[in-house]
Design a protein around this ligand. Structure first.
Ligand SMILES: CC(C)(COP(=O)(O)OP(=O)(O)OC[C@H]1O[C@@H](n2cnc3c(N)ncnc32)[C@H](O)[C@@H]1OP(=O)(O)O)[C@@H](O)C(=O)NCCC(=O)NCCS
Length: 452
């Protein structure tokens, strides 16, 4: 195992170093962020040899080898550093898992009793086992990590764990799977919850975790759908991740408008609505994002599918209509902070799609519209990354979202091919008034990880 650096979504860099049987994680001190992670922690990672002969009856059942590359089910993690609070323990475990699940994935095929070819063998989720040793021998701490959804404890009984069960690694297993890990919002872990209501503000990438809001229904254009949460604020970066395969940071922000416009509160009262009309009509609303959209929509490649080429007024009017939408918000994607594409994330039920797709769309399903405007950021390898990152955001944003949709025109064959590579499949075709669309769907259950 080689020393490496990991880049956390809150901007912190952590150096990971093998050290005499342990793995050391050291937070980069030159980091401009005020670190809420402990400066240093150690873990032990070893690989269980399932084929070793059983040990003595009161001794460990399996032999262990030191970690080199991940295995599907046999890697065991022991936390060696005691953090000050359970939230800090969750942080260091989360950051350790972030590093681990960036490793090259192991072969997903499970072993079977009968000898069948590998290609026909069942596939399993990639899991990292967490041992009940070291500081995690503490049942209270374990249950706090479980409450934070960071670990899965295969134990739905009330009975306390016995000494024999502690030794038996197959009974009442504790693990984090790759699939579960990528459905955990980093902002829940890279945050010191004790400071949220205190004097030190939480950093802006952090949120306190609350369960999803209660479901309440309203009608829009005769469609009954749940009330929707407010999208991220104007100009806010709501997703960011360093992508090691291209060596750049990918981020998504909502469209930005001049400051006095951004200060206008949510439109509910008549007065605020009047202000809103003003910002929409003012010359200052012709922000740099409208310039970007103007440039991109006039690319013949984009115009062929979006049909929004023409003078600034067309893109401006369009962008304002999307900002006014109650179920959709406009997004700019950036590589290393340089804008490269425009996206829309929408709730599908009350969208045009919901009206045409009928019962195929359920309450919390979302859809995505996309375009890449900048030539230097084109290519299939990047499409897979940004599309799977948008899907990642949608899964994280609401755990009730079960399906994601894209509705490319049926003749947009290249894009349809890319979408399939990310995990969508064509459900059927839909005849919209303006296009024949391929209804492409991805279910949460089939999604494992974003492109790294
Ligand atoms: C469909 C779309 C999202 C695909 O994204 P993309 O980044 O353009 O992906 P593509 O694979 O088509 O890009 C190919 C170009 O990337 C470049 N490219 C490909 N691989 C590359 C690499 N490894 N390094 C650098 N550039 C590369 C090449 O210039 C190539 O152009 P060429 O095919 O003319 O040679 C985008 O083209 C688009 O916005 N189209 C219009 C809108 C649209 O159709 N949206 C979908 C509606 S739902």
């Amino acid at each position: 195992m080689q020393s490496t650096s990991i880049f956390l979504p809150n901007g912190q860099t952590v150096t990971v170093l093998p050290l005499a049987g342990d793995i050391q994680f050291r937070v980069d001190k030159s980091d401009p962020y005020c670190s809420i992670l402990p400066p240093l922690w150690h873990v032990v990672l070893c690989v269980r040899d399932q084929h070793s002969p059983p040990g003595p009856s009161n001794g460990p059942r399996n032999a262990y080898a030191s970690f080199k590359t991940p295995s599907l089910r046999n890697d065991n993690l022991t936390l060696r550093t005691l953090a000050a609070t359970s939230q800090q323990t969750a942080m260091i475990l989360w950051a350790t898992l972030w590093w681990y699940f960036h490793q090259t994935p192991p072969d997903p095929h499970l072993t079977t009793e009968s000898s069948i070819p590998k290609t026909g063998r069942p596939k399993g989720d990639w899991r990292l086992n967490i041992t009940r040793q070291g500081h995690l021998a503490n049942e209270l701490l374990l249950s706090q990590l479980e409450q934070r959804r960071l670990i899965t404890v295969m134990d739905s009984t009330m009975a306390p764990i016995t000494n024999e069960e502690v030794d038996d690694e197959d009974g009442r297993e504790i693990f984090t799977s790759q699939r579960a890990f990528w459905q955990l919002d980093p902002r829940c872990y890279l945050c010191d919850h004790s400071t949220i209501d205190g004097t030190r503000p939480c950093n802006t990438h952090s949120v306190a975790y609350y369960p999803p809001p209660p479901t309440q229904y309203i009608l829009t254009d005769s469609v009954r759908h749940p009330t929707r949460p407010k999208p991220p604020g104007r100009g806010e970066t709501f997703y960011t991740r360093f992508i090691s395969s291209v060596g750049q940071s990918l981020s998504f922000r909502t469209v930005s408008l001049p400051l006095h416009v951004a200060a206008v509160p949510r439109l509910e009262s008549t007065v605020q609505h009047t202000e809103d009309v003003n910002w929409a009509d003012s010359a200052s609303a012709l922000s740099s994002d409208i310039e970007l959209l103007h440039k991109w929509m006039n690319e013949p490649r984009v115009a062929a599918f979006w049909g929004l080429s023409g003078p600034h007024s067309i893109q401006k009017e369009y962008l304002i209509s999307v900002m006014r939408s109650k179920h959709c918000f406009p997004v700019i994607g950036c590589w290393d902070s340089k804008p490269f594409g425009y996206f829309e994330i929408y709730w599908a039920k009350e969208d045009r799609l919901g009206k045409y797709a009928g019962t195929d769309v359920t309450d919390w399903d979302r859809g995505i519209h996309a375009l890449v405007g900048e030539q230097q950021f084109r290519g299939n390898h990047r499409v897979r990354i940004w599309l799977s990152a948008l899907a990642h955001f949608c899964w994280l944003a609401d755990c009730r979202t079960q399906n994601l949709f894209l509705e490319p025109r049926v003749d947009n064959e290249r894009f349809i091919g890319y979408i399939e590579e990310v995990g969508f499949h064509k459900q059927r075709e839909i005849a919209f008034p303006h296009k024949q669309a391929a209804l492409m769907i991805m279910n949460r259950e089939t999604w494992v990880t974003p492109e790294l």
